[in-house]
Design a protein around this ligand. Structure first.
Ligand code: GLV
Ligand code: MN
Ligand code: MN
Length: 409
């Protein structure tokens, strides 16, 4: 079946691109690092006998024809961009495993009815523009022209970054795939949680993906002299923000499966002896049940308004992205379950707390995901780790799942 050593070697080679001193990687979208990563992946696709192309948003595809030329393709893949100082498995494993599966079929003389395409999506993480899944949104027709106005920390918009990268932002519509033009979408990914470790299993079947909402809170108080302004005369934007950060933690903790995170916070003017007048911070809220997430969000917004009103601080809340949870297809789940049996792994189902491109693909075709055990559940961290054996096991489950979905021709 698949060649676990080749998969592992390619993972290690890809990890060299955008490598940090920490051992992790930073590969943001539309940068030289992402370009180099996609070029390396394209060379692996060619080695695997795939026909390589890139679409209007930079999604990279490698295609192997099936015996039925009119059949819709089974799409397999993930992403090669990363968060800041991220790990080496989040994304690359799914892309490289997809190539490995098709290369193993090619080498083994295994034909499929449906074509199989492997994809490396553009900007899944949203690290650069606080707006993610650009490639899969475009594929599903979910990327609106206004979305390209999101800006990075250097005030460069997605449109500008695309132009610098050699893409025409006016052509994003050309990346769209038609409804039912794909037979299925399948992604192998590390779990990024601890369920499989606790179960003693290398691989799991994803039931659905929790829906994230990303918000930007902007607080405008009054900057002033840290020595000369009495405590009862202050409108300290950071003191208000600190209380709201506590509220995010409290409200998310009050619902069993909800999670809430403040990952970015900027204070201005930023002097040691100046009361902060302006604070911007992000909020990331998720739950597998959208009504729970929205209730938590409502409580946070309500309490933030009370805190700011009491402190004489102006509050603005901007929505950066909002995605509904996405259940995985029953049909794809059962194909994965049979693939697990084939490989000798007890099928075990679990939800995904992290977001994935499949959330957008689900509106085009049946969508499913396979998880590989993560060490200690650590992810978005240079310490992210899955063993060579677990990656190979996941890749074998992917092999049998692709065969199940694409049909042995
Ligand atoms: C990406 O990994 C996300 O879930 O934000
Ligand atoms: Mn990922
Ligand atoms: Mn990620």
């Amino acid at each position: 079946m698949v060649d676990g050593d080749r998969l592992w070697r390619r993972l290690s080679e890809l990890a060299e691109i955008g490598k940090r001193e920490s051992g992790g990687v930073t590969r943001l979208s539309f940068t030289d690092e992402e370009r180099s990563a996609k070029d390396l992946v394209a060379s692996y696709m060619e080695e695997g006998g795939l026909a390589v192309r890139e679409d209007a948003v930079g999604n990279l595809f490698g295609r192997r024809e099936g015996s039925d030329p009119d059949a819709p393709a089974v799409l397999v893949g993930s992403h090669v961009d990363s968060v800041y100082d991220g790990g080496n498995f989040d994304g690359p494993l799914g892309v490289l495993a997809g190539i490995e599966v098709v290369q193993a079929m090619e080498e083994g003389g295994v034909r499929t009815d449906h074509p199989v395409e492997v994809v490396a999506f553009t900007d899944e993480e949203g690290a650069r523009f606080s707006f993610g899944m650009i490639g899969s949104r475009a594929l599903a027709g979910h990327l609106s022209p206004g979305d390209l106005d999101h800006r990075d920390g250097d005030d460069i918009s997605i449109s500008e970054a695309m132009r610098d990268y050699g893409l025409d932002p006016k052509r994003v519509e050309a990346a769209r795939r038609q409804q039912d033009s794909l037979a299925a979408y399948l992604e192998l990914h590390i779990e990024q949680g601890r369920v499989l470790e606790a179960e003693g299993l290398p691989v799991g079947i994803v039931t659905g993906i929790a829906g994230p909402v990303w918000l930007r809170f902007s607080l405008r108080g009054e900057s002033g002299h840290a020595g000369a302004t009495p405590m009862n005369r202050r409108h300290d934007a950071l003191a208000a923000a600190a209380q709201i950060v506590g509220v995010v933690e409290e409200e998310a903790s009050s619902a069993p499966s909800a999670v809430g995170t403040v990952g970015q916070l900027e204070t201005r003017p930023g002097g040691i002896n100046i009361i902060p007048g302006l604070v911007d911070f992000s909020v990331d809220l998720r739950d597998i049940d959208v009504s729970v997430r929205d209730r938590v969000e409502g409580r946070i917004r309500e309490r933030a308004e009370e805190i700011c009103a009491r402190r004489g601080v102006e509050l603005g809340v901007e929505e950066l992205q909002r995605l509904d949870p996405a259940p995985c297809s029953e049909e794809v789940r059962s194909v994965i379950s049979e693939a697990c049996e084939e490989v000798g792994i007890r099928p075990h189902s679990l939800p995904s707390g992290a977001g994935h491109d499949g959330m957008h693909l689900a509106s085009l075709c049946p969508m499913g995901m396979i998880f590989v055990r993560s060490k200690g559940g650590i992810s978005h961290n240079p310490e992210e780790w899955s063993t060579r054996e677990d990656c190979e096991a996941g890749c074998n489950v992917l092999y049998w799942s692709v065969l199940g979905l694409a049909g042995q021709g």
